[in-house]
Design a protein around this ligand. Structure first.
Ligand SMILES: Nc1nc2c(ncn2[C@@H]2O[C@H](COP(=O)(O)OP(=O)(O)O)[C@@H](O)[C@H]2O)c(=O)[nH]1
Ligand SMILES: [Mg+2]
Length: 310
């Protein structure tokens, strides 16, 4: 059974050697793939010296790298980890166990439950953004995931080969979590320890701009995956506005058999029409999403057949 360790890297010369050595020690037979994303430092040289398989990805962004990794790399089980030496390699066995036993398609290395993340990560608003995203997703999917955006994950082959990666950047983690939830993949969370980057090593993530991209991703996926719910919200909003503006007009008509509030009447009709239009969009897109879901299920069957034969 082949195991692949995937390490997306952008300027991680300080830490990548450690990461490779640690994973080599824990899993001597695994193949370690480092995808270097236009680093201006010696990331790829260091990675090669430490015995990783180094490849280059010219399109900038973690999502772009993950897309290429998932497409190129053949293995039975996969582990993805940051190149910044913040996730301890010792936990790799716990990350892999559920996928190897067939208990999970996706394993999430949860930094938050053990409490080390809050002690170690000194960045303001990071916690706020994490909580916002977590709350949104768990509400929408009635799920209970603790750490949506962790970079330490385990996958089985089916998940890797069927995950449509559309995020170019750091939204990839959120996209993966939502995709897994929406398609009812088996998800398991494993609490892990977290340590901050060593002195001199800089995070590539910008809390505000990358946070906005993550929220946009949630919004888009919500519209695409749950169009009926998404457009029902708009329909309800416009209906309430229509009734608020239109009720006095109807009252007036009932009492006097005349309508003097003509502008209100026109506005109310406009709002109600918008409401109906939203509902119609929801109904149509619901069928589209349903068809897509069926096709996706068939594709999953084909991928798992091929994996079993290969
Ligand atoms: N390939 C690639 N990897 C990136 C890019 N930006 C960040 N990474 C890698 O993604 C991982 C997570 O990034 P990091 O800055 O540690 O984010 P944080 O853990 O949320 O602070 C690290 O291994 C980075 O080297 C990028 O543009 N391309
Ligand atoms: Mg990191």
């Amino acid at each position: 059974m082949e195991i692949a360790i995937l390490v997306p890297c952008y300027n991680e010369e300080l830490t990548i050697g450690n990461v490779i050595d640690d994973f080599k020690r824990e899993l001597p037979n695994a193949k370690i793939y480092v995808y270097d994303n236009n680093s201006s430092d010696r990331t790829s040289e260091v990675a090669r010296e430490h015995g990783a398989i180094v490849r280059f990805e010219p399109r900038q962004g973690k999502g772009n790298v993950v897309r290429s990794m998932f497409r190129d790399i053949e293995a039975d089980y996969y582990v993805m980890v940051d190149g910044d030496d913040t996730y301890p390699a010792e936990f790799v066995h716990e990350i892999l166990a559920p996928v190897q036993k067939g208990e999970a398609n996706l394993v999430i290395g949860d930094r938050l439950s053990n409490g080390t993340y809050f002690d170690e990560n000194k960045r303001q608003f990071h916690g706020f953004g994490n909580n916002l995203v977590k709350g949104l997703i768990n509400k929408l999917y009635k799920s209970n995931i603790t750490d949506i955006m962790t970079g330490y994950r385990g996958f089985d082959r089916l998940f890797v080969k069927s995950m449509p990666v559309t995020s170019p950047g750091f939204e990839i983690e959120t996209e993966m979590s939502i995709h897994a939830l929406d398609n009812r993949f088996l998800i398991k969370e494993v609490p892990i320890d977290y340590r901050d980057r060593p002195e001199g090593s800089e995070s590539k993530l910008n809390t505000v701009s990358d946070g906005i991209k993550v929220l946009k991703m949630i919004f888009t996926l919500f519209k695409d995956y749950k169009p009926m719910l998404f457009f029902s919200v708009w329909a309800a909003l416009f209906l309430v506005l229509g009734l608020a503006v239109g009720a006095p007009v109807i009252m007036e008509y009932v009492q006097t058999s005349f309508i003097n509030k003509v502008p209100s009447a026109i506005l109310a009709v406009g709002f109600v029409l918008l409401s109906m239009l939203s509902l119609a969009c929801g109904l149509i897109l619901d069928t589209v999403a349903g068809t897509h879901r069926k096709n996706y299920e068939l594709q999953l069957n084909r991928i798992s057949e091929r994996s079993e034969r290969g």
